[in-house]
Design a protein around this ligand. Structure first.
Ligand SMILES: [Mg+2]
Length: 239
């Protein structure tokens, strides 16, 4: 392999995204005053009620991201609808726009790299050009990376928002290669945790792929990557 460019996903590959989401979601409810005076509560305490809302939100949010991958909703809709739905379901009388704004701001502050993330990025940057390719939201992803310990090891951040194409659309990978002036697909590898977005996307673009399977998931998708690792450290052997 003569790779020159490593494209790598951010969430659940380099950063612990569930942790960031949990923290941002809770802070949003704190800022809305949910835990202080809660006029929506009946016979529950606010923690129990919060947990119930959170669970429902996770279901709604995960469905919306699937819809987004299929092109059924766009990202602007997704940002608001997920709050609209829980507000309606739990009769919260909050403003979905406001909640969404607070949430995105908090999410942008939520930086939780994995233990080996910094070491890995430093290593990759010493050997290759490194680009992050993420399906996230621009105003969330930029500050998260820029304010993190890996910022200086990343040559370019490519957020689907700006391209108008989400992984697994090959255009986002082609855009990334263009940014680095790379034409030979053999010189590029895509590394990421999502079979449907990162691996399928890399394959669509005709580049090598490495599946980062940190949670030891079973692959029943039929999407096969060139490499697979279950720990970030294993990437040192491949790259
Ligand atoms: Mg990911």
């Amino acid at each position: 392999m003569n790779y020159k460019l490593v494209l790598i996903d951010l969430d659940d590959t380099l950063f612990d995204y569930p942790k960031a989401e949990n923290s941002a979601f809770r802070s949003t409810f704190e800022e809305m005053g949910f835990f202080k005076e809660n006029k929506f509560l009946k016979n529950q305490n606010s923690e129990e009620f919060y947990t119930e809302i959170k669970k429902e939100y996770e279901k709604i949010n995960s469905q919306l991201w699937k819809d987004l991958e299929k092109g059924v909703v766009d990202k602007e809709e997704l940002k608001i609808i997920r709050f609209e739905k829980i507000i309606k379901k739990f009769k919260l009388e909050y403003d979905s726009q406001k909640m969404s704004e607070i949430y995105l701001k908090k999410l942008g502050e939520g930086i939780f790299p994995f233990k080996s993330t910094k070491k890995l990025c430093k290593y990759l940057h010493s050997k290759y050009k490194v680009g992050i390719v993420t399906n996230g939201i621009k105003e969330v992803q930029y500050p998260r990376i820029k304010n993190s310990i890996i910022a200086k090891y990343i040559d370019k951040i490519i957020v689907s928002d700006e391209i108008g194409a989400n992984k697994p659309d090959k255009r986002i990978f082609e855009y990334a290669m263009n940014c680095f002036g790379i034409k030979d697909k053999n010189e590029v590898i895509m590394v990421g945790d999502s079979l449907g977005a990162d691996i399928e996307g890399g394959k669509n673009a005709g580049i090598d792929t490495c599946w980062v399977n940190l949670r030891n998931n079973v692959n029943d998708t039929g999407i096969i990557s060139k490499y697979e690792v279950t720990k970030l450290e294993e990437l040192f052997e491949i790259l």
